[in-house]
Design a protein around this ligand. Structure first.
Ligand SMILES: Nc1ncnc2c1ncn2[C@@H]1O[C@H](COP(=O)(O)OP(=O)(O)O)[C@@H](O)[C@H]1O
Ligand SMILES: O=C(OP(=O)(O)O)[C@H](O)COP(=O)(O)O
Length: 415
């Protein structure tokens, strides 16, 4: 044990080298929330692979480990159990990992109590517990059923879920107030790497923002604009549709209905405010759409189909901007990448980023899954982050609840 604390702004966060973490019972929060296909099958396991090193290190130090993670959100198609995830973790670790079809009930607690030295369990989707979806301060979350039922069964809590570090949820912020805690290796690596590579003086900085989490993304754009961090913001996915509508472009009733159902239209006033303030937000000039099962390209001003990707002219324009940037940050796909026919927009911007001169930061589970095996990745100028929203909030200088909570962790006095 030494002093290896991570410093982030005014926060000091303990690492796994700072607490006594040998032969203990460890609760390890990971983020293995992965993109899944329409049958609920995992289509990209990058996030699972990312945590293997942390799990191995804890296992090698003689700890017994209980893994917790969420997957999707209740009501969404990707809200599934963690059974398949367990098999993948087991495959990459090359040892048995037991799936427990329970989270805080008597069965889960019995399994945790019985866990032998060096054993590894994965509890089921933590968002099966409704408390996990509540955003509240650590002082409130330490009193949840979730924390009160699980914390007494452990010696140590490790948070390796950088990708969930922007959520002030019990499994992220509650446990550090109940147990000696530390950041895991993924968390440590992400925070240290991003602090090192993201410098104010490196301009222009281009943010390519797509995907479906538009409520999160508009908050991020507001931050980036207020702090003048982004020189240009290239939009794709549902984010682009919001800004197109806010600019007065008629996307036709089918797309408006989708935006309405997702609650995205309520964001129009905020999007308009950003545009009117002169924010450097670019929107697509054309889209790839689906009409009766057929794929077509249509100009943004004459959309008749359901929008599924940015069009090829937009991809070309975005790529030319990207190639000239000093720093490129990409989060959220340009289209519905689960469908091969709508992957090309995301692939084009990724390819341009990797071929350009600038430093590239790629984040978010879906965007990473669009990276082709044959795309050349120069690790000296590319950081592939496990985080999406967390990454962007961190880059925009926001305090992440996970880091704040870890900085408040109770001190491990056993050494
Ligand atoms: N035009 C679109 N219409 C509907 N969904 C879209 C569109 N573009 C992207 N998406 C969806 O966005 C989702 C990914 O968004 P998000 O979770 O924000 O990204 P990430 O996981 O990379 O952070 C994917 O499921 C994708 O199908
Ligand atoms: O996938 C995640 O975030 P991301 O889409 O911003 O990368 C994290 O697992 C957090 O999930 P959430 O946005 O449902 O809280």
């Amino acid at each position: 044990m030494g002093i290896f604390l991570i410093k982030v702004g005014d926060l000091t966060i303990p690492t796994m080298d700072d607490i006594d973490i040998r032969s203990k019972k460890v609760l390890l929060r990971i983020d293995i929330n992965s993109p899944v296909d329409e049958n609920g099958k995992i289509i990209d396991d990058s996030r699972i692979k990312a945590h293997i090193g942390t799990i191995k290190e804890l296992a090698d130090k003689g700890n017994s480990i209980v893994l917790i993670s969420h997957q999707g959100r209740p009501g969404d198609k990707d809200f599934i159990s963690l059974e398949e995830h367990t098999k993948l973790i087991s495959k990459y670790l090359d040892r048995e990992v037991v799936f427990v079809e329970d989270v805080i009930g008597p069965y889960a607690r019995e399994m945790i109590k019985k866990l032998e030295n060096n054993g590894i369990l994965l509890l089921d989707n933590i968002r099966l517990i409704s408390e996990e979806l509540i955003e509240a301060p650590p002082q409130q979350h330490v009193k949840t059923f979730l924390v009160r039922k699980l914390a007494p069964l452990f010696d140590v809590y490790v948070n390796d879920a950088f990708a969930t570090s922007h959520r002030s949820q019990p499994s992220i912020v509650g446990f550090p107030l109940a147990l000696p805690s530390a950041a895991g290796r993924v968390m440590e690596r992400e925070v240290s790497a991003l602090a090192r590579i993201f410098n104010a003086e490196d301009t222009p900085k281009i943010f390519t923002l797509g995907g479906g989490k538009v409520h999160d993304t508009i908050r991020i754009i507001e931050n980036l604009v207020r702090k003048r961090i982004a020189d240009r913001i290239l939009t794709g996915g549902l984010v682009a549709e919001l800004f197109s509508v806010a600019k007065g472009i008629n996307l036709n009733p089918k797309n408006m209905e989708i935006l309405e159902k997702l609650g995205i239209l309520s964001l129009i006033p905020r999007a308009r405010k950003l545009l009117l303030s002169g924010a450097p937000i670019e929107i697509p000039v054309d889209y790839k759409v689906e009409i009766n099962g057929n794929v077509m390209e249509e100009p943004a001003s004459k959309i008749t189909g359901v929008i599924k990707d940015i069009g090829s002219t937009t991809a070309e324009i975005y790529s030319s901007f990207i190639k000239d940037a000093k720093v490129v940050v990409l989060r959220g796909p340009m289209g519905v990448i689960e469908d091969e026919r709508f992957k090309s927009g995301s692939k084009s911007v990724l390819k341009a980023s990797l071929e350009g001169q600038g430093y590239v930061i790629i984040g978010g589970g879906h965007m990473i899954s669009a990276l082709d095996k044959d795309m050349k990745i120069d690790s000296s100028k590319v950081h592939i982050s496990t985080g999406g929203g967390a990454l962007l909030l961190f880059l925009s200088g926001e305090r992440l609840p996970a880091l704040e909570a870890l900085s408040m962790s109770v001190v491990n006095s056993s050494d």
